[in-house]
Design a protein around this ligand. Structure first.
Ligand SMILES: [Zn+2]
Length: 231
C-alpha cells in the first residue's frame, strides 16, 4: 500500500457553524478527520490532517487533539498559532520526541521517523503553545472548550463547542486501533526497502517490544509478518 504525498481530499459535513472535514477514505489512517468552527471574530481548525495538505480553508488558530502524525500532517501549511494540551506539547514541538514515544527499537524508529517526514510532512512545531482542561477559545458567538481525555496519549483532548452543544472527540476506538496497525505496517514497509525474509521480519518484532520473551512471541510475530506481507 501507500498514499499520495499530501494529495488527500476531503468532504464537508456541516452542523450549523461547525464543519467536519471528513478525510479521504473516511476516518481511516492516514486520512483523519478535521474540524472547522467559524465564529464572528475567528475561525478555528482542529487537527489539520493529511486530507487538508492541499487547499484547506484558512483558520486563525489551529488546535491538535493529540500529538500523532495523522492529526497534524497539514500543520506545515498554517502560519498561525498552534495549540495542544500541555502533556502532548513536547512531541508536537519535536518529531524526535514523538518517535521516541513510540518505543520502537532503533532501526524501526529510524523508519518511523522517515515515514513521519516523507508521508506525513511532520516537521515539529517549536512555536506550539499548551492548553489545559477547561481552556476556552472564544471565536465570537461560539466558544470551544478543551476537555482533557488522557489515555490514547497523555494530553489527548476533546472539544466542546457552545452554544451548539457539539462535542468532538477524535479517539474512536476502531479508528485509533487502525492507526496503531497502520503505523506498524508503514514502518514495516520502510524496513522492507531492502528485501527481507519472514524470519527476519519476525526477528525485527512487529508486535512485541524487544524485552518481551516467551514461546508465543515468535509464532505471533511470524503470523503478523506473513499477514502484513499478504495484505
Ligand atoms: Zn492517535
Amino acid at each position: 500500500m501507500g498514499w499520495p504525498h499530501g494529495g488527500g481530499e476531503y468532504a464537508e459535513e456541516t452542523y450549523g457553524e461547525v464543519t467536519v472535514l471528513v478525510g479521504a477514505r473516511r476516518v481511516a489512517y492516514p486520512y483523519a478527520n478535521s474540524l472547522l468552527v467559524r465564529g464572528a471574530d475567528a475561525t478555528l481548525l482542529v487537527n489539520p490532517s493529511l486530507s487538508l495538505v492541499h487547499g484547506a480553508p484558512p483558520p486563525d488558530v489551529v488546535l491538535v487533539s493529540h500529538a500523532h502524525e495523522d492529526h497534524m500532517a497539514g500543520l506545515g501549511g498554517y502560519d498561525v498559532p498552534v495549540h495542544d494540551h500541555d502533556a502532548d506539547l513536547s512531541p508536537l514541538r519535536s518529531r524526535e520526541v514523538m518517535v521516541a514515544g513510540f518505543g520502537y527499537p532503533p532501526e524501526e524508529a529510524d523508519a518511523a521517523d522517515r515515514m513521519l517526514h516523507d508521508d506525513f510532512c511532520v516537521t515539529g512545531r517549536p512555536d506550539a503553545v499548551g492548553f489545559t482542561d477547561g481552556t476556552v477559545f472564544d471565536l465570537g458567538g461560539h466558544t470551544v472548550t478543551m476537555v482533557h481525555l488522557p489515555g490514547h496519549t497523555p494530553g489527548h483532548s476533546g472539544f466542546l463547542i457552545e452554544p451548539d452543544g457539539f462535542f468532538f472527540e477524535f479517539w474512536r476506538g476502531l479508528a485509533e486501533f487502525a492507526e496503531v496497525v497502520e503505523r506498524r505496517e508503514a514502518a514495516l514497509l520502510a524496513f522492507l526497502a531492502e528485501p527481507r525474509t519472514v524470519p527476519e521480519i519476525a526477528d525485527h518484532r512487529l508486535v512485541y517490544r524487544p524485552h518481551v520473551s516467551g514461546p508465543h512471541v515468535d509464532p505471533v510475530e511470524r503470523h503478523t509478518a506473513t499477514h502484513h506481507l499478504a495484505a
